[in-house]
Design a protein around this ligand. Sequence first.
Ligand code: SAM
Length: 512
Amino acid sequence: MTEFEMIAKTFQGLEEILAKELIELGANGVAIGNRMVSFKGDKALMYKANFHLRTAIRILKPFLHFKADSADEVYDICRKVDWEKYMDLSDSFAVDSVVYSEDFRHSKFVAYRVKDAIADYFREKYGKRPNVSVANPDLTFHIHISHDDCSLSLDSSGESLHKRGYRQEAMEAPLNEVLAAGMILMSGWDGKSDFVDPMCGSGTIPIEAALIAKNMAPGLFRSHFAFEKWKDFDRDLFEQIYNDDSAERDFEFSIKGYDKDPKAILTAKRNAKAAGLLDTIQFEQRDFKDFEPVKERTVIITNPPYGERLTDDNLLGLYEMIGERLKHALIGGEAWIISYHYECFDNIGLKPSAKIPLFNGALPCELRKYEIFDGRYNDFRGGDRRLKKDDLPTRRSSTLRHKARLAEKEEARKAEFIENTDNKDFKRERPARKPSDRKPFRKEGDKPFRKSEGTRSFRKDGDKPFRKSEGGKTFRKTEGAKPFRKSSSEGKPFRKSSGTGRPAAKKGFKKQ
Ligand SMILES: C[S@@+](CC[C@H](N)C(=O)[O-])C[C@H]1O[C@@H](n2cnc3c(N)ncnc32)[C@H](O)[C@@H]1O
């Protein structure tokens, strides 16, 4: 198959881990950029990238590179594109834009001009124009402008890839799935020891950990990828990729998720059930202050509350308690904690062995690693293994570096935040959608994702929805059953999720 250029977009700080994922997937020409990784591959790789990558938020396929220094010039060039190669008059479309250029002040205006060019192309040919759809377009085009370098791409993902499809409940401040997976991959945890998130909220970190431990594709639960509406969509090829479970593996250790809030545990269980992972993760209501000693080599990855203001003494007290518990109950293990305020980290009272700047939404955070040894830290780190000064950046240098990066990337973050969320106010964290705002998981008339167990065909028109239908109910009843794969014509089993997974219309979860 012919190879072409692609761009995988991600969050700042996850570029290297995404590049590693791409190389493992078989991508060629992998090159790291700012919040993106470019690579080359064929159509199969494009499908795989969407289906398998844990740290990408979307995969773009550029099809035109040109120079322009005004929106009108962009219009003139776009007017000459043969748009019928990509879409028909009956297809709806949307245009996204990201602009880093003094010459183009308003990225939205550039997007309007590209829309105008597409509309005018069809109007001139057929006297009619295709519809623009913001909510559910058949095709999304993406214009990226850096100075006077412009690229037009097709968005092969559609909804951001962090929307895995297993989240059943609206939450106030859940961790983004891509960030959660990135943190786990960065930690190097690969399912070869026990794993705990002692403040798991809706369960994002334990669920992503279980997917990694079992090497299950994060795209398994998605109802749709944008490339399925492309003119050149190869259903057989995608079916083959979707049904290939040969890389999945058994998991022999434990994954635990605790939270002091019973509502969080209920939510986490619902989400895990929808991912067919209820039998892999043990969720329990438990305060971190009651955290008991765990086996050696246990890895904790967690996202404690950090709020935006540091006015609450209890918050600092919480971090002090976290430090005390880690020191006494995680001996021989390591903890990775993402937080926002240095004061919070200071209150942990342990020396981190790594500090990684990351963004959680628009908040500049840090992921810190704590290795807990039996005995004094410096004793363990003695001899050749003594940390050099450079290994542990001082708070001041790390702060300055972080601030400098912040200033530099302000515009970029704004553009990305607006691009990836429905919230145009990039300074605030995106509030969870209220249940009433949630789009139904599948609308009537949508093509179903997974075929019904009874008929065993792959996502044909008229298929039953995603999860198997039983006596009018949309979802499976059996709890804890393993996902399955449906039989193809060669008798290969198809996947089935174990969750009952009813899209629950419950209240939002409490804000961190
Ligand atoms: C920022 S949220 C975690 C969000 C989670 N990563 C997710 O994706 O949904 C912080 C969680 O810590 C929990 N928490 C706060 N104090 C706790 C404590 N002392 N023990 C256990 N959980 C606690 C809160 O109930 C909340 O669910």
